[in-house]
Design a protein around this ligand. Structure first.
Ligand code: UDX
Ligand code: ADP
Length: 459
């Protein structure tokens, strides 16, 4: 039996530990956080994050071998393996601002671990971190004069929000990076043994520390790059009357390319993609690899352009002004099946429309609370309305910004009747039936597809 501790009860720590605890009744798993409200929510049936299937997993283990607590120091001392999944946001100040990761929480946590340990431990990096962070951590952890030894492992997270439980239950791979020393190899083995309780050994990949740290950044960069690539193509489609969905299918059937992550849309969001790419860019710049840095930076630039292009298209279509017009935004979350709004393109669109003095109504089944917090002062200018029918009443336009399945099944005839005419739909996720909407009387715009309008010149 091992005592496993996770510091940081967020989108990564919470689901990861819940699945470990559920599958490993032989281990005791404790999740701690400085945020008392968050810990209280993890102990209730109203979890702090919306994630399909998570409550069932939490309930299966909570109180048995899964515990949530704010007592960080005591739990550090009792632990054998400590996962660290505290925030590592992009730095907003000083050297590397806007690109490098802000490691202050990580370093504080490392110091807290040394200060509260009376026996040697394995410390696992779970948060995304720049390459060679483990080295700094090893130095801080092992600079104690009590003879304690800490093995630092990198075990990056590949779960995606909305499918976190399935991704953890049956991952494509688990990656564990460690030192090629006797105690490093032992530590890697100990962590691999935890995962091997439910994951086939051949899917547990062990590498050196630096490869593991860098793999996480590279995986996200590759995924984001695919989205930016198809979005770049979507812009060309709109000019040439090609259809980006048809192109994605045509190229995706080539097994060398593959069909996943080729959905054009209003852009990628989420806490990882942009942050990780900027991190990669910073690393490349740090090592003087400016061409490589520029290459990856373009993925983020393309994503920003796609979001602004979408807003620009809306304004142009609506006779070059949205000032004073009610616009219903369906979706605030950065993708379906999560309440997370971090870097959500929906909020970028919302901010731009507010700048144009539109009256924005924001609707979402789960993300409005987070959206309100993220928008800060601007939230006062937004109407938050969970009911999409109420949100669209009197609106000039609907913009679909999150791919919630329910949005494709809405009664658009009912909405059309309650809207201001001419009525517009901008499908930022290509989930609606354009022809059906057009037949109802809407002027329909989608990503990477010809517009369908009732105006004379077809524009
Ligand atoms: C991502 C990685 O997938 C995951 O492995 C890593 O651990 C964390 O970062 P996540 O951000 O939760 O996960 O969601 P993901 O499904 O990757 O989607 C990211 C963004 O890309 C979303 O905004 C999504 O809407 C967008 N996207 C994705 C597209 O626009 N088109 C696609 O084809 C796929
Ligand atoms: P992620 O998506 O990486 O999980 P989150 O922001 O959802 O990011 O979660 C990070 C969590 O780490 C937050 O709940 C935050 O309160 C917690 N946290 C940050 N610093 C510390 C710390 N020093 N000790 C314990 N928890 C911390």
């Amino acid at each position: 039996m091992a005592n496993i501790l996770c510091i940081g009860a967020g989108y990564v720590g919470g689901p990861t530990m819940a699945v470990i605890a559920k599958n490993c009744p032989q281990h005791r798993v404790v999740v701690v956080d400085i945020n008392e409200a968050k810990i209280a929510a993890w102990m209730s049936d109203d979890l702090p994050i919306y994630e399909p299937g998570l409550l069932e997993v939490v309930k299966a283990a909570r109180g048995r071998n899964l515990f949530f607590s704010t007592e960080i120091n005591k739990n550090i001392d009792e632990a054998d393996i400590i996962f660290v999944s505290v925030n590592t946001p992009t730095k907003t100040f000083g050297r590397g601002a806007g690109k490098a990761a802000d490691l202050q929480w990580w370093e504080k946590t490392a110091r807290q671990i040394v200060d509260n340990s009376s026996h040697s431990k394995i410390v696992v990096e779970k948060s995304t971190l720049p390459v060679r962070t483990a080295e700094a951590m090893e130095r801080i952890l092992n600079s104690n004069d009590r003879g304690l030894h800490f093995d630092v492992l990198s075990n990056p997270e590949f779960l995606a929000e909305g499918t976190a439980v399935d991704d953890m239950e049956a991952p494509d791979r688990v990656l564990i990076g460690g030192r090629d020393t006797e105690s490093g190899r032992k530590a890697v083995q100990a962590l691999a043994d935890v995962y091997a309780t439910w994951i086939p050994r051949e899917r547990i990949l062990t590498t050196g520390l630096w490869s593991s740290e860098l793999s996480k950044l590279v995986a996200n960069a590759f995924l984001a790059q695919r989205v930016s690539s198809i979005n770049a193509v979507s812009a060309l489609c709109e000019k040439t009357e090609a259809d980006v969905t048809e192109i994605a299918k045509a190229i995706g059937m080539d097994r060398r390319i593959g069909s996943n992550f080729l959905k054009a849309g209003v852009g990628f969001g989420g806490s990882c993609f942009q942050k990780d790419i900027l991190n990669l860019v910073y690393l490349c710049q740090h090592y003087g690899l400016n061409e490589a840095a520029e290459y990856w930076e373009q993925v983020v630039k393309m994503n920003n352009w796609q979001q602004q292009r979408f807003v620009s298209e809306m304004i142009t279509a609506m006779f070059n002004t949205v000032a004073g017009k009610r616009i219903a935004l369906l979706g605030a979350a950065f993708k379906a099946d999560t309440g997370d709004t971090r870097e959500s393109p929906a909020l970028a669109v919302c901010r731009s429309l507010l700048e144009e003095r539109a009256h924005v109504v924001l609707s979402d089944p789960y993300a409005l609370e987070n959206a309100r917090a993220d928008l800060g002062k601007l939230a006062d200018k937004v109407i938050f309305e969970p009911d999409p029918y109420k949100a669209t009443e009197g609106a000039h336009a609907i913009a679909v910004l999150t791919d919630w399945k329910a949005y494709a099944k809405l009664d658009f005839a009912r909405m059309f009747k309650s809207m201001t005419h001419p009525a517009f739909v901008f499908d930022g996720r290509n989930i609606l039936d354009r022809k059906a909407l057009f037949d109802l009387g809407f002027n329909v715009y989608a990503i990477g597809k010809p517009a369908m309008t009732h105006f004379e010149n077809g524009k």
